[in-house]
Design a protein around this ligand. Structure first.
Ligand code: PLP
Length: 379
């Protein structure tokens, strides 16, 4: 779609490039297939039906973190045998949705949670397949709010709890332990944390094997980052390198399936947030470009100081200026970036905030009774 067509829509709005989405999915599939790796898509990144349809059609499974995400995955047509349900705080009602539908696995994060699942499964006369989310204590070297694999984080079962856990295992008659699950964080662009993860997974995998516990699948989570700085130059992440690291360093037993839960790397770069400039306000050190989109549409900069490349898509000027690009919400954190270099910008110009396909629209809120405008899909 050309800019002139794009700017017919009421701003702010999200726009998704389905061609890029499908190219990204094909690329991920191609490189995972080489090693017979299974991909589950982390629905939390983006739950639009059209996006989910493409992902389901290509054959990926679904990684869900709420009962409603499990329901959504079922509605879209993901087979129950490909639905995993993760999350540190599943409610009884949510667990029952998973049990009713006999999903692939509950990724469990504490002994207490397993006890509740066992009890609920017993009441339903079912057996729940579970994977243990283990805390590998591996640093992802990403933003602290998206680091999840350290002992100080709330996620996963720590290694000192494992002896106790396996002693309890025979008493859980309605639980079948099928997998080990790991997820160290998100937006990881160096391969070193993934290599370190493999080394730790190998140790833990052997630990279970030495105790004659047969683990059918290893789930290495997600976390592969995208290029937020130059999304046009690198729209598709390097899946070849990513899966290659696991092929090189992971030592699974021959019967074990290897699973991944990718979110951002599959959908991050196919989305953009289009917004109109309301005012240019002179500040002391810099000018503010005040947009009609704010943290209510895109929260990532406010909560993770996340960088998104911002481009003025309508100006005729070639002069570059620096702006603090901000939203209209009464919060100082409602800022998309300080000292952002844009082509000279004036009221009425349209800007494109790139790489907002993951953790963008799904985190939007109604704060200030904000309108939610229709989404545009580019086929
Ligand atoms: C358990 C789990 N799996 C997978 C993902 C997806 O991660 P990403 O979008 O970085 O691939 C997340 C995201 O935080 C997660 O918490």
């Amino acid at each position: 779609m050309e800019t002139k067509d794009l700017i017919q829509h009421t701003t702010p709005f999200y726009c998704y490039d389905l061609k890029l989405l499908n190219e990204t999915l094909e690329e991920a599939k191609k490189h995972a297939k080489k090693y017979e790796y299974h991909i589950h898509y982390a629905l939390k990144a983006n739950t639009h039906n059209r996006i989910l349809n493409s992902i389901q059609e290509i054959g990926f499974g679904a990684d869900c973190v709420s009962g409603n995400e499990v329901k959504k995955a079922l509605e879209i047509g993901f087979p129950t045998s490909k639905i995993a349900f993760a999350g540190v705080g599943k409610t009884d009602e949510e667990i029952l949705i998973g049990l009713e539908n006999e999903i692939f696995a509950f990724n469990c994060e504490s002994i207490e949670e397993i006890e509740v699942i066992n009890q609920l499964a017993k009441e339903q006369n079912k057996t729940a397949r579970i994977a243990l989310r283990l805390n590998p204590n591996v640093d992802a070297y990403t933003h602290k709010y998206i680091t999840t694999g350290l002992e100080e984080n709330k996620f996963g079962i720590n290694s000192w709890e494992l002896e106790n856990l396996i002693e309890l295992l025979p008493s859980w008659a309605n639980i079948e332990l099928t997998g080990l699950h790991f997820h160290i964080g998100s937006q990881i662009t160096s391969m070193t944390p993934f290599k370190n993860l493999c080394i730790r997974v190998n140790e833990l995998n052997k630990w279970f094997s030495e105790r004659n516990i047969r683990i059918q699948h290893l789930n290495l989570g997600g976390g592969l980052g995208i290029d937020y700085n130059e999304p046009e130059k690198n729209p598709i992440p390097d899946f070849e390198l990513f899966f290659g690291v696991f092929n090189q360093f992971l030592e699974p037993f021959s019967h074990q399936e290897i699973h991944f839960e990718l979110g951002r790397s599959l959908v991050g770069n196919c989305g953009s947030l289009i917004s109109k400039v309301l005012y240019i306000k002179k500040g002391i050190k810099t000018n503010f470009a005040i947009l009609d989109a704010g943290m209510t549409e895109l929260l990532r900069p406010a909560i993770y100081q996340a960088y998104h490349y911002i481009e003025n898509i309508t100006t005729a000027s070639d002069n570059k200026e620096f702006y603090d690009v901000v939203g209209p919400i009464c919060e100082s954190s409602d800022c998309f970036g300080k000292k952002m270099e844009l082509k000279e910008t004036k009221r009425g110009d349209y800007v494109k905030i790139h790489s907002t396909g993951a953790y963008g629209e799904v985190m939007s809120s109604k704060y200030n009774l904000r309108e939610q405008n229709p989404v545009v899909f580019l086929d």
